[in-house]
Ligand binder design. Structure first.
Ligand code: DER
Length: 238
């Protein structure tokens, strides 16, 4: 089984929770993509009806449009029945790191408005503590003086050996430019060497910084975790 097979197995398992008539938050990333495909398949087969999708990124919006899934938004549907999305890291308390795909703000808005949020991962995403994978905790920041904000974030987590880096992409001219989110903001990635300890305190400290829009730690939002591994797929409720 490849990693993508595991992602698809987890995604298909999550779609079993989708019932006809639901308003469903559609996640973003290579795992959530399989869930969106599966929902469209069941709609085509008539096994699901009257689903309204709330996409968490323009990428997912385009995928869902191409698959004919009826879409709406939080303005029209402020309460979402069920969201399905991947994660970059999951700790034993179902706290997540998300946003390596840059969609964390809309994901947190949709998934935070959901009665149920089912996280779908392959087993490589499981960590002992947030930031433990050595990969980054993303923070969405306004473009204005983003280096000032970057410096403040790095200082804030100095104890955890934090290196804060502005996320860049290769522009059309071949040079590096700041990556821009669906909302026109930038992303600062926090690379941590040690556990940051109290996640709630860290979350509040980050959000207090003027210039910060949102961060990619999803604390107490996920309700169900589906993990696909070489020994099968498990479902764990919070
Ligand atoms: O960027 C994101 O928030 C994605 O949902 C990420 O957390 C998981 O992406 P993946 O399923 O491609 O690993």
């Amino acid at each position: 089984l490849t990693q993508d097979d595991l992602k698809r197995i987890a995604a298909y398992k999550a779609v079993e929770f989708v019932e006809s008539g639901m308003v469903v938050g559609l996640g973003t990333g290579s795992t959530a993509k399989h869930a969106v495909n599966r929902i469209s398949e069941l709609l085509r087969e008539g096994k699901l009806r009257d689903i309204i999708g709330i996409p968490t990124s323009t990428t997912t919006h385009e995928q869902a449009v191409s698959l004919g899934i009826p879409l709406s938004d939080l303005d029209s549907h402020p309460i979402v029945d069920l969201s399905i999305d991947g994660a970059d890291e999951v700790d034993p308390s179902l706290n997540l790191v998300k946003g390596r795909g840059g969609s964390l703000l809309r994901e947190k808005m949709v998934e935070g408005a959901s009665k149920k949020f089912v996280v779908i991962v392959d087993e490589s995403k499981l960590v002992k503590h947030i930031g433990g994978s050595g990969l980054a905790v993303p923070v969405e920041v306004v473009p204005f003086c983003c280096n000032f904000t970057r410096g403040k974030l790095e200082e804030m987590f100095r104890e955890a050996g934090c290196k804060a880096k502005l996320r860049v992409k290769i522009g059309s001219s071949g040079g590096e430019t700041a990556a821009v989110t669906d909302n026109g903001n930038y992303v600062v990635d926090l690379y941590l060497e040690r556990d940051i300890g109290d996640l709630e305190a860290a979350s509040e400290a980050i959000l207090r910084l003027p210039g910060v829009v949102e961060h990619g730690m999803f604390l107490g939002i996920a309700t169900t975790l589906i993990v696909a591994g070489k020994f099968g797929v498990t479902v764990k409720n919070r």
